[in-house]
Ligand binder design. Sequence first.
Ligand code: ZN
Length: 71
Amino acid sequence: MFKIILFALIGWVIYKLIKRIAAPKIKPPNTQAVEDIVQCVYCGVYSPKRGSFLINHQYYCCEDHSKQASE
Ligand SMILES: [Zn+2]
């Protein structure tokens, strides 16, 4: 009887370990970590505000698009 409980316990621990490895913890929403997403005026691609180009109050996903739009 004891062996059955022991095996069940080991199985449960292994199951928990596999689950932890397979599915990494989903971070709770953190307002500081969430980046603002802006849409490129030229191609419509959404990109983080930090990595986008702001020209004439409009956001662009890359330098090329900001140049092409201003031409
Ligand atoms: Zn773009």
